[in-house]
Design a binder for this molecule. Structure first.
Ligand code: XLF
Length: 338
């Protein structure tokens, strides 16, 4: 196996220079860096990560815990995290909790043992257990997408309340009066914030925000299907649905098709999250789109700053605005409901 001395010999530089290139420290001319990198590649040299981590007390590794790795929103976040982390010489460990608090706790324990430098966490529930564990060990953590009420922490998220408010206002402007909301679990802040935006839009328009129009369930296709079936059983039936994420929207569409309802002629549907262009052949949903890539990027930068001891002493919250796209899934209510 090659050593740092072999790399130095092949590149015609000192071991100190090789070490500087590997650790990204001190000035190295582009030409020297290139020679060292080429020697590393030719010799297949792997720096001793353990020795480095002992010396710098850092493993140059961060972790990202998401709640549903099958959701394109989270894979796009992961892309933003990975690109930014690797630009700064960090590796990323990815973990998926399937929206389970227990899985999350387990992962946090394992990651602490693996001596990660910091964690980006999409909390499965609004409970402080995981960040308490990390904060006890003084491991920096940045929350992504969701918050934990009553537990201040660095956070990067999209404005869920505002996004929901605008989507529901759009439906009201089209003439809808009975709009059901199909949301995620009521212990998750993105789910409750989106219901809050729905409520604000209705109350502002002088419409009652009736409890029987609010459905909490899973952020999943099946969750959307089940909630839509409940909503369609309401009397009178809602003329529009606001779904709180992309998977709920897809599940709701299954239920609407099964019930023989046309969108938007018989019932309108607006949703949080768009489907990525690679999945939607004929984009159809009126949607509030979250800047997922940027969220991953910004959260990583915030975490890396914390690792360097930078930033204010108080926690920082970055709230990014959603963007709106108005498509064919929303239209005026049927004539008999106007
Ligand atoms: O936390 C929510 C769940 O679903 C997140 O923002 C998402 O909307 C992503 O699809």
């Amino acid at each position: 196996m090659s050593t740092i001395a072999d790399v130095a010999r092949r590149a015609g530089v000192s071991k100190m220079t090789v070490s500087r290139v590997i650790n990204n420290s001190g000035y190295i001319s582009p030409d020297t860096r290139e020679r060292v990198e080429q020697a590393i590649a030719e010799l297949g040299y792997i720096p001793n990560a353990l020795a480095r981590s002992l010396r710098f007390k850092q493993t140059q590794t961060i972790a990202l815990i998401v709640t549903d790795i099958t959701n394109p929103f989270f894979t796009t976040i992961a892309r933003g995290v990975e690109d930014t982390a690797s630009e700064h010489g960090f590796s990323v460990i990815f973990c998926n909790t399937d929206e389970s608090r227990e899985e999350e706790q387990e992962y946090v324990r394992v990651l602490i043992q693996k001596q990660i430098d910091g964690l980006l966490l999409v909390p499965a529930r609004s409970t402080p257990d995981s960040i308490a564990l990390l904060q006890d060990k003084t491991i920096p953590v940045v929350l992504l997408d969701r918050t934990i009420p009553g537990r201040p922490a660095d956070t990067v998220r999209c404005d869920s309340e505002l996004g929901a408010y605008h989507l529901v206002r759009h439906l009201i402007e089209l003439g809808h009066r009975r709009i059901a909301v199909l949301s995620g679990p009521d212990e998750v802040t993105t789910a409750t914030d989106r219901v809050a935006g729905w409520r604000r839009a209705l109350l502002e328009a002088g419409l009652p925000a009736l409890d029987d129009l609010v459905h909490y369930g899973a952020f999943s296709v099946d969750g959307g299907y089940q909630m839509a079936r409940q909503a369609l059983a309401g009397k009178p039936r809602p003329t529009a649905l606001f779904t709180a994420n992309n998977f709920i929207a897809v599940g709701a569409m299954h239920a609407l098709r099964e019930a023989g309802l046309r969108v938007p002629e018989d019932i309108s549907l607006v949703t949080f999250d768009d489907l990525p262009p690679t999945m939607a052949i004929d984009p159809f949903f009126t949607a509030a789109m979250q800047p997922a890539y940027e969220m991953g990027q910004q959260a990583t930068l915030l975490l890396l700053n914390r690792l360097e001891g930078k930033g204010p002493e108080t926690t920082q919250e970055l709230i990014l605005p959603p963007q709106f796209v108005y498509r064919r899934s929303s239209g005026p209510p049927p004539p008999e409901d106007r």
